[in-house]
Design a protein around this ligand. Sequence first.
Ligand SMILES: Cc1ncc(COP(=O)(O)OP(=O)(O)O)c(N)n1
Ligand SMILES: Cc1nc(C(=O)O)sc1CCOP(=O)(O)O
Ligand SMILES: [Mg+2]
Length: 530
Amino acid sequence: MANAHTLPVRLPVVWTIAGSDSGGGAGIQADLATMSDLDAHACSVITAVTAQSSVTVALVESVSSQMLKSQLDTLVSDLPPAAIKIGLLAEQAQIDYLAKWLAKQQASWRQSGIVVPIILDPVMVATCGDALANGGRLDFTPFKGLLTLITPNVSELAILAATELESVDACISAAKQLSEQLSTSVLAKGGDLGPAWCQHQANDLLVCTDVEGISDKHQWQSFWLSSHRVNSQNSHGTGCTLSSAIASVMAHGFVLNDAIVVAKAYVNAGLIASYQPGSGPGCLARTAWPKDLQQFPYIKVITASDTEPMSLAAWELMNNQRGDFKQIDGTLGLYPVVADVELLQILLKAGAKTIQLRVKDASSPTLEAQIIKAIALGRDYQSRVFINDHWQLAIKHQAYGVHLGQEDLLDSNLKQLREADIALGLSSHSYFEILLAKQHQPSYIAFGHIFPTTTKQMPSLPQGLEKLSRYVSLMKGELPIVAIGGIDAARLRSVKATGVDDIAVVRALTEADDPTAAFTALNRAWADEK
Ligand SMILES: Cc1ncc(COP(=O)(O)OP(=O)(O)O)c(N)n1
Ligand SMILES: Cc1nc(C(=O)O)sc1CCOP(=O)(O)O
Ligand SMILES: [Mg+2]
């Protein structure tokens, strides 16, 4: 009979292709610990064996080319990877061979419709300062077009881009240049000294290419990811941990930008609880999938006119001065999203306490009249009416609230909405978008789309219940959280079990023969479900 030990658990397989650190703090040893801590099954392809402690690197010996090949070939048929992290490659021949092997393999995966993210941490020097690889002379261009992300620190970025990094703008240019050189997204880590170094915060620079599964507005975009600096000497293996955490999170099906923010939070939490087993720099603790919002970074979009990272102190001050959006009194409850005022009125009559008017045709000659009517009906029924997209009309006619997507955020004037005391709901489709939304302290955040939907075309894949549960455990108690997308009576129980506060639905009501009866039944089921 099955028990807790024999239940089949499906862990995604993640490979680390890296060097062994006999001191146990970095390299393969850090990667395996990270991957298993993040619920992945870790396989290792060892490129080099290092005789290393926390204070010195005594010897580095590459494995033979036959051994490198044999490890790759032996693993690939039985334990194919869901994601790969590459760390130390000790000599050029290893880069050349691995790039060829991966190119061939990727072509075959692509034919089967499989995408395997590959994260390269271009390791060159150990934390104690000793060289691990033939750093300055390694050429990573054979990896061009094969990588999902490269994660150099500031000194590695300077070597790879063959340039001095004397200013923040020089860092951004170098990261963009590297991104073009290798056709990959770049995460330039600013934890070490560099122009973006700051005493109280760690600023990492993310340059995105055409990242799969994220909003169009975030493609080819650059961001600063800033966290409170954890002042710890125990930073041995930080880069290995970060890159293997990114690979592990992607193996769970999260998009690149999500994997980066989760991995950053993981590293921060690991640094806070770090320890020193030897006399040199110690290493990170393993603290499991991060759930503490404080450890996640603040995200700032880099624009042509504003390239500096935001200081956290300035950000907190700005937040305190401007305040939050209007708080929802009680819960939102079952939240219908409808395209016409007739149905809106029917559902208000049926008892909806929160409802949204979502008219997607901005050129409709009746748009303003519909908005005026919906707002008036909300007042009559003492219910919260949110207007989707059309925030200027919502302000003009003093709606209770406005719902905006991430794309709309860039073109809307949130200051005006706040000043008009209008509640704000924001959409999100990933950890990354949740963080961006949370930074505006809205009245609620919607997570979507949980299940497949035909109501609208989505750039992202359905989130599913596992991701929803992870988002809920991050955000519960911070702001009201609403799940949307493909939710109906049959799925209601499993959605409620994730702990989400409220649900928003379209087709479950608009396609019902009797919307009043459907609302009443769904509303009761939501309220009754524990
Ligand atoms: C409650 C709720 N959640 C999400 C959405 C989607 O909003 P948005 O991303 O702006 O997309 P459109 O609805 O404008 O297509 C929503 N409307 N309501
Ligand atoms: C309008 C909307 N926004 C979504 C998001 O994920 O942001 S999903 C969605 C449609 C939800 O419709 P249904 O309940 O018919 O699946
Ligand atoms: Mg919208």
